[in-house]
Design a protein around this ligand. Sequence first.
Ligand code: NAD
Length: 494
Amino acid sequence: MTERLHHWIGGARVAGSSGEHFPSINPTTLEDLYEVPRGNEEDVRKAVAAAKAAFEHDSWRRLSASRRGRLLRNLGDLIAEHAEELARSESLDNGKLLREMRGQLATLPEYLYYYAGLADKVQGSQIPATNVDILNYTQREPLGVVGAITPWNSPLTLTTSKIAPALAAGNTVVIKPSEHTSRTILMVAELASQAGFPDGVVNVVTGYGAEAGAALVAHPDLAKISFTGSTATGSRIAAQAAARFIGCTLELGGKSPNIVFDDADVANAAMGVIAGIYAAGGQTCIAGSRVFAHKAVYDELLERVSERARSIRIGDPLAAETELGPLAFADQLDKVASYVDLGVTEGASVRVGGGRPEGLDLPGYFYQPTVLTDVDNSMRVVREEIFGPVAAIMPFETEDELVALANDTEYGLAAGVWTQNLARAHRMARRLDAGTIWVNTYRAMSPMSPRQGFKSSGVGIEHGLESMHEYTRLKSVWINTDEGPVADPFVMRG
Ligand code: NAD
């Protein structure tokens, strides 16, 4: 009998009110892994009520900021203890390499420790007033119940990026994980209880986006929604948040340029291109899916990338030698395959890959690492997010032409630059229209470094001290220290 999961509400496992479940499928073997409760409005109502009660309860409200930090540290320690189990579960769920998920789990405690350290360093300030009798100061307060809706590609890392600052700031949370990857989020919610978080501070409702997710966004007691996922869903959520004047942090899609100049170390840059698009099967928001190579190095780069792409070892993501696992679910495979077909219709040439691998003894959603050439910015394969192992490689001649091409996109999440010219590196960092710029590296990330998607890639900031501010509100307090009578009541005072 397949394992059956529960929601996590008010510090306890709670059965879904509909009684309905759906399977989570291993994308490598196509076997059912476990059954997920199909959360609905009623489940969300219970979870938000638990989170609201916890927010108002003295056990959380009166806990010092340092103590909140202590709980986050405890959670970090518990995650470190369970890292192998969590990494394995994520790899089984989404098909990403076990060693990639192990790497993510190894750094995950750092996220908790970082925000644990920040919990008691978020403070207001005293403002100089125009009237010396006035003491004016600001204080930062938690918002209340924060909804966190997250995708399947890096489930725990992306969820922790939201809940760690939210909890450090004193909020309570209701998480709606992706329907494809519920288990590790539920495991960590249970670990949060063991870490000492009071019941109801961390809640999880599983289910589909259009049901549990939409019900969470629509709940009137939600103070903020923090979402990572596709630009289309993010846009809908932003409109709903705007209608109710609640804040939202949105981390959305990308179509990031990875740029190789003629002064780059081309062998190194080729590895950076591989890392940008084939690591994680291209199923990352920061995938370097548009590769621009200077004409002088285009042939060499294309040759090196193509050769390595052809030799990528496809197979079971749990096996140590595997370099590329399956795509995460059937729709992902259809989407990637149909984009490559579309590219060919648009005039692209398939230099490498372009189909499902042959000779694998696994039935999963595998797709070959693919290189497209003869492409340009007018084509949909270059403009739209494919979210798979598909690189479009294009030549350029001048820096100005490159900047125009690289910035000609609706997205602005990240960009990679490969150059040995220091002045050019800084110049590109200034001229590229993206929230993260990597020079001679790609996919570097840290909880300490703020990241923001520009244009259709998002709203608000994740990571860093700045993200704490996303989960607080700023109050300005005015105290009159003059005990004399109120002067002219019809005149505004400073
Ligand atoms: P998605 O938008 O389909 O789903 C994301 C989450 O939103 C899931 O939990 C889903 O159930 C939920 N959801 C779907 N419809 C909803 C609705 N109407 N109301 C409320 N919730 C709803 O995205 P996905 O396919 O899970 O993830 C892939 C996307 O995420 C890609 O576009 C990728 O670029 C983006 N992403 C962005 C970042 C970033 O940091 N910018 C990181 C990872 C992934």
